[in-house]
Every structure is written in C-alpha cells, then in structure tokens.
Write a protein that binds this ligand. Structure first.
Ligand SMILES: NC(=O)c1ccc[n+]([C@@H]2O[C@H](COP(=O)([O-])OP(=O)(O)OC[C@H]3O[C@@H](n4cnc5c(N)ncnc54)[C@H](O)[C@@H]3O)[C@@H](O)[C@H]2O)c1
Length: 389
C-alpha cells in the first residue's frame, strides 16, 4: 500500500478554499497512485483557521508556518498566501526537504523569484519537486489547445493575442495587500498578466525573446482603509500598484504577441482570453466560456472554412475530462485546481502529468517577462529578454 502524501496548506481565504477543495476531492475523481492527506492548515487568525480546518477537513491547524516546516510528517507544503511571503515560506520548506506547490505569481519581485528558483534547483538534486498553480493550463480547452499546437495543427504560429480583463478594482474597492506594491509586487500585471504569459508560453511551446511598447497606469491612487474599529471619519491609504499594464512581444519563432491586464475593464468580470493565429489554423479561448475552444481549420476547402465551437467535454478526446462528467455536463473553475492536484500526486509518485506542469524554473521565466514589461514601461523602450537575468 503506497503511503499517503501529507499536505500542509498555508492560506485559508480565496486560494485556501480552492486548494482545500482540490485536495479534498482529488482522490474521489481521479484514480491515483497515492492519496492526498490533509494534514495541517496554517493562516493568520487562530480562531478562523481552526474553524476552517474543521469545515474543510484538515486534521490540524496552526498560525505559525514554522510548525509545518519543523514537522517531519509533512511531505508537501502548499502556499496560498500573499506574494511577499511566498519566498520565505517556499525556501524554508525546500530547505527542510519538503516538496512545494506555490501560488502564482511565483513572487512579488524578480529578485525573490530568483532566490526561489535557486532553492528549487538545489532541492531538485535531492529529488524534491516544485509546482506552481498556473491552474488555467488544466482547463481541458487550454490543455487541448496545447495538444493541437504540439500536433502541428496550427502550423507556423504568426500571432498571439492575450488579454485578462477584470472589473472589480474600481475606486470603491478598499485597500488590501493586492494594492500595496511592497506586498503584491505589482497590481493587475503580476495578478493577471502572469496567467496569460504562462498560457501563451504553454500553448505555443515558444519563448518570448523581446518585450516592447509597455504602458502601465495607476488610475486610483488612494483607497479606503477598512478597519474593525468604529470611527466617524473614513481613512484612506495609497494604492502603489498598477491598475492596467499592456505590452507587446516577439517570440523565438518570429511570432508576435500582445498582452493586456487590468482590473478596471468595466463589464469584464473574468475575461481571461487568448487567440493564437497560425498558418494552418487558429484558436480562441475565453475563460467565461471555459468548456469551449473556438477552432478555425485553414486546411479545409475555402468554401467550408469557418469558426467551430468545440465543446471540450469528451472523455478520451479532451484532457482530464474522463475524471469528471459525460459530454457537455460542464465543469468549472475549481476543476482546474483538482486536475492540477491530480498531476502533482502523479508526479510525486514518479509518473508524468497529463500536460506539462510549471515548476519554479518555468515560473521564473514568466516572472522575467513580467519584469521586462515593467522596465519597458518605465524606460519607454524595448527590452531584450537576454538583458533580464
Ligand atoms: N491561481 C489563481 O487563479 C489565483 C487566484 C487568486 C489568487 N491567487 C494567488 O494566491 C495567493 C493568495 O491569494 P488569495 O486571493 O487567496 O489571498 P487572500 O488575501 O484571500 O488570503 C491570504 C491568506 O494567507 C494568509 N496569510 C497571510 N500571511 C500569512 C503568513 N505570514 N502566514 C500564514 N498565513 C498567512 C491569510 O491569513 C489568508 O488566509 C496570491 O499569491 C495570489 O496571487 C491565485
């Protein structure tokens, strides 16, 4: 009987819930070589964390992540905390010979991300693995798009057009770690562009070699500070991150790309969209219709060409679907995390993931591109990726 994987999760809010749901359900949907054991959850508030543990099925709770690092029973540390603590928590876990699954962006800054990558390289020599929660890779439609490109169905790729538009970041949204550059690193850029850079690299299998034409704008300079104390006067603090970052890219293959991220795109709630235009075909993906992939087959007779809507819900045809429901019995946001948890378990049992998994080395490449775009915006010039170490 293989031993279960003892998991400790840090963070109990948005991602804490998404990851808990994934670990809780992964062995129920997937037949895997090892079981996920929900050992310990850690977050800041003791009472809330203990209630969270009870609700989501964690055996233990703590408010000190060192309890996890020092616990010899823990195999995998899962990090769902704000960006500024990723480096300390991940490096401590790797130094204690624990596998690490970390949320994206890998870190708030390139310097921190580099330290994480270096620690991961060192740990890899001892058989320790790292994983990054770029969960959109595991939407069946995105994973299928990756497979179509691998099979040569798009032919030579000319053009990548990626945008991730949300609209929750207006002036009424109060201050939180997400608007503090010391905690988040950047705003919409690290939050949203990180996802679409990863998706573009994943689907095309290509690397960005130059970033240019970047613009970064902060429209909302201060936000209300919400406290539990009752006070007559509203208090405001500075928002020190971008609300909006756009940039252009060149890929190694010669393809060109454009990327846009904002949390001020009125009317777009979670419009994570990518279009890839190739010589033999083209694809379009929109997360708000995440079960579908739009496909144009340019090899057909011109009289028959047109966009087809592929419902990516056929077991056997579309990645991950055989674990879930019959055709067109749709899946949602949470399934990407469950499917990633399944691949993490496969990899910890020495098997291959269904589609490539980003590790710290891979996520560091995405972080370099984020960094290059910020330099391009600041200096108003093109940045070659070879200049960004
Ligand atoms: N993959 C995705 O789609 C996705 C979506 C949202 C957020 N994220 C990423 O997930 C991470 C967390 O975001 P969130 O939205 O869950 O944040 P959140 O603010 O909702 O939750 C943060 C959690 O971290 C805990 N925490 C903070 N500092 C801690 C510390 N020092 N020790 C222990 N616990 C600590 C808090 O108690 C809280 O439970 C971020 O890196 C974010 O970019 C990814």
């Amino acid at each position: 009987m293989p031993t279960p994987i003892n998991i400790a999760l840090i963070g109990s809010k948005f991602m804490g819930r998404a990851h808990s749901n994934a670990w809780m359900s992964v062995n129920k949907f997937f037949d895997l070589p090892r079981d996920a054991m929900m050992h310990t959850v850690c977050a800041k508030n003791a009472k809330q964390t203990s209630a969270f543990a009870k609700k989501w099925g964690w055996f233990n709770s703590t408010t000190n992540f060192k309890d996890i690092i020092n616990n010899g029973e823990i195999d995998l540390v899962d990090i769902g905390t704000p960006n500024h603590v990723h480096a300390d928590q991940a490096i401590s876990a790797l130094e204690a010979s624990k596998h690490v699954a970390c949320e994206k962006p890998l870190a708030g800054t390139l310097d921190e991300a580099r330290k994480m990558r270096d620690a991961a390289r060192k740990a890899k020599r001892k058989g320790i693995q790292t994983f990054v929660w770029f969960n959109y890779r595991r939407c069946p439609a995105v994973a299928f798009a990756h497979q179509l490109v691998q099979k040569g169905k798009l032919g030579k790729i000319y053009h990548v057009r990626a945008k991730y538009l949300q609209d929750w970041g207006g002036p009424d949204t109060p201050l939180s770690w997400r608007f503090d550059s010391k905690l988040a690193g950047s705003g919409a850029h690290g939050d949203l562009n990180a996802h679409i850079i990863d998706m573009a690299r994943f689907i095309t299998g290509d690397e960005i070699v130059e970033v240019s034409g970047a613009v970064s704008e902060t429209f909302i300079k201060q936000r209300e500070i919400i406290t539990t104390k009752k006070s007559a006067r509203k208090r405001f603090g500075k928002s020190t991150v971008d609300d909006c970052v756009l940039f252009l890219t060149k890929f190694k293959s010669g393809a060109v790309g454009s990327f846009e991220a904002t949390r001020l795109a009125t009317g777009n709630q979670n419009a994570n969209q990518i279009e890839i235009n190739g010589e033999k075909g083209a694809i379009k993906f929109d997360f708000e219709r995440m079960n579908e992939l739009q496909w144009w087959d340019n090899t057909l007779d011109s009289s028959l060409r047109g966009w087809s809507r592929i419902m990516c819900t056929n077991a056997g045809d579309h990645p991950y679907i055989d674990a879930y429901w019959p055709p067109a019995h749709l899946i949602g946001y949470e399934h990407g995390f469950t499917s990633q948890a399944a691949d993490i378990i496969r990899m910890l049992a020495g098997k291959k993931p269904i589609v490539p998994m980003p590790d710290f080395e891979d996520a560091y490449q995405t972080q370099r591109i984020l960094h290059a775009a910020l330099i391009s915006a600041k200096k108003r010039q093109a940045v070659r990726m070879s200049e960004v170490k």
